[in-house]
Every structure is written in structure tokens, then in C-alpha cells.
Write a protein that binds this ligand. Structure first.
Ligand code: AVJ
Length: 322
């Protein structure tokens, strides 16, 4: 679907709601019930995530923003002129917006996001500031298709994958995903990626257990989404937010924990929950700098440059083909 009455092109590759339904049913049928984290981001979920990024305990977005802001000119110089910027998970547009002002005559900007409302806001905001930039919004699930990347045959294809979303993938999936991005690069292409780094466990714990309960609301919203978009009767009060750092796996895990034994009906299915049983809703892997360099290598990419904050809590890496 293309809307041509807008000053930008919007390509809607959004998978129909059935993928949400299918993923939920398949996830609930597993021995350890689980859901893909990408389904958090309906309209409510996206605005709750925005609220998370403003929490004092959630250092992730703020630290990445500071790095992008402080090193914007360096990053822009490393990217080079006339770049075709493709941003996977453009979200609120605040991230790349730190670098855009320093880029030498960027050729085009292609935000890709699963949330159509976020995408429309982004396209409007970017055009307000850069009326001459060629902007094409892509509403897509980049974990199921990267077809939109083939189109950019121009030089200096720059894939931006900020926000440390790479942490949501399992380790092997992360390598496979980076490798498939690498396959879309031309010789002068590159990937700018944000990575959350390992740090004190208490800092990590607090970032995912904020006292205001916004992260809990974000986690629980996925149950409300089921009630809205599926034939479901879930009482979200029967579940609690549970997030912890697993040292062994180097990741924050988020779960929804059933506070009682209960039956949940979804479409034509009925699922049993025992008291204390959880739905695993998200993994957020944390890397040491060395671990991330190794992951890049495993994906046939070199770290060309990287930037961190003073505490080395977050890293922004520029990856190129060897
Ligand atoms: C957007 C995936 C980077 O893992 O920190 C925030 C999502 N989950 N609080 C993260 C999230 C709970 C976030 N990412």
C-alpha cells in the first residue's frame, strides 16, 4: 500500500494481525510459555516504551542518546557523505536525529518500524527539519523480511540499528541477523549499531524494575493487546511483572508470572497456568566490548570504530565488511 498524498512515501509491509495471533498461540503451546518481544509495540506499548526511555533508572536510551549527541560529528564523519540511511526500528526518531545534522548531504532516509503511528510521526518530524531529504517510511517486521534493503543500490548504504534491540535476539540469532544485514551491504556500506554493555547487576535490575511501574505496565500491556486483538479473556491482574538479570546468560529476562492457578482462553484454545508459572516475554542481552567484537567477527563484519560513554555502559559500533 502506498499513500501518495503525503510529502513522503509510506510502504506498508506490515504482516496482518494473524502473525500476532499465531505467535501468541504457538508461544503459549510451548513447555515454557514465551512470546516474541516485538509484539510489545502496539500503540499503547510504543508510548509506554517512550515513557520507559525517560525513566531515571532506565539508563539505556539516555546513555545511547548522549553518545550519539557527544560524538555526532565523529560518527557522521565515519559514515561519510551522501549516505543512504536505513534505520531499523526508528521508533521515536530521537536517536538518528542526533547524527543527521552532522551528516554531509545525506541522500535518503528510510525509517523502518513495526508501528505505523510511530513511522508517520517520524516521517513528519524528519521532513519538518529536512524538507529536501528523500524519505520513505517502511512499515515492516524486519525480523521476517529485509527485502526493502535490496532497493538501495546507491552508494554508502548505511544501516542503523540503534536502541540495543540486537540484545533481544538469542546469541545465534543475533549473529545470523547481523550476517544477513552484512549480505545487503555494498563494498562501501556499513552498519551503525547500538549495544547495551555489561555492568553492575544492581544497575541492570533497577533499569527493568522501576518503582513507577512503567516497565511492569509495558510488560503487562501485551496481555491487554491479546484482549483487544484476539478472542481472549485474560485478567491481567492475575499476572505480575518479573524481571531479573541472568549472569549465566548475560541477559535481563522479563516474564509475566501467574499469581494463581488459572485457565486462560485464547481464540479456540484454553491454556492452563499453575501458580508461579511464567510467560517469558523478553530477553535483553548485555555484551562486553570484546564479546560484541567477537559477535561481529562471527557475522563476517569488522568493527571499524566504536564510541562509548565514560562509564562504558553503552556502545555505538560502526561495522564494515572486511
Ligand atoms: C528496546 C529492546 C532495547 O531491552 O532494554 C525496555 C526494551 N524492555 N524495558 C530493552 C525494554 C523493558 C528494550 N529494547
Amino acid at each position: 500500500m502506498k499513500k501518495t498524498n503525503l510529502p513522503y512515501t509510506l510502504v506498508d509491509l506490515q504482516p496482518d494481525v494473524s502473525s500476532f495471533k499465531e505467535d501468541v498461540i504457538a508461544g503459549f503451546e510451548k513447555t515454557h510459555k514465551a512470546l516474541p518481544a516485538k509484539h510489545f509495540y502496539d500503540k499503547t506499548g510504543s508510548s509506554l516504551f517512550n515513557a520507559i526511555t525517560k525513566l531515571p533508572e532506565y539508563y539505556v536510551s539516555r546513555t545511547e542518546m548522549d553518545i550519539l549527541h557527544d560524538f555526532g560529528p565523529d560518527i557522521a564523519e565515519a559514515i561519510g557523505g551522501r549516505a543512504h540511511i536505513i534505520e531499523l526500528g526508528s521508533g521515536s526518531f530521537d536517536k538518528i536525529n542526533q547524527v543527521l545534522p552532522f551528516l554531509k548531504s545525506p541522500a535518503s532516509y528510510k525509517p523502518v518500524d513495526i508501528s505505523i503511528s510511530a513511522l508517520q510521526d517520524t516521517a513528519e518530524r524528519v521532513l519538518e527539519r529536512y524538507p529536501d531529504l528523500e524519505v520513505t517510511g517502511i512499515c515492516a517486521d524486519y525480523t521476517s523480511t529485509l527485502d526493502f534493503l535490496h532497493q538501495d543500490r546507491g552508494n554508502n548504504k548505511t544501516i542503523c540499528f540503534l536502541g540495543s534491540t540486537i540484545g533481544n535476539f538469542q546469541k545465534e540469532e543475533a549473529a545470523a541477523f547481523l550476517q544477513s544485514l552484512a549480505g545487503e551491504l555494498h563494498d562501501d556500506g556499513q552498519i551503525l549499531i547500538g549495544v547495551d554493555l555489561k555492568k553492575d547487576t544492581a544497575v541492570l535490575h533497577n533499569a527493568y524494575n522501576d518503582p513507577a511501574g512503567i516497565t511492569a505496565a509495558f510488560n503487562l500491556n501485551i496481555l491487554e493487546r491479546m484482549n483487544k486483538e484476539m478472542k481472549a479473556d485474560i485478567d491481567s491482574a492475575g499476572f505480575t511483572h518479573h524481571a531479573f538479570y541472568s549472569e549465566e546468560n548475560g541477559r535481563i529476562e522479563m516474564h509475566l508470572q501467574s499469581s494463581k492457578e488459572q485457565l486462560v482462553s485464547l481464540e479456540e484454545h484454553t491454556f492452563h497456568f499453575s501458580k508461579g508459572e511464567t510467560i517469558h516475554t523478553e530477553n535483553s542481552h548485555k555484551f562486553s566490548i570484546a564479546e560484541f567484537i567477537a559477535l561481529a567477527k562471527q557475522s563476517h563484519l569488522n568493527v571499524d570504530a566504536f564510541w562509548t560513554d565514560e562509564k562504558e555502559w553503552f556502545g555505538v559500533f560502526l561495522l564494515k565488511r572486511p
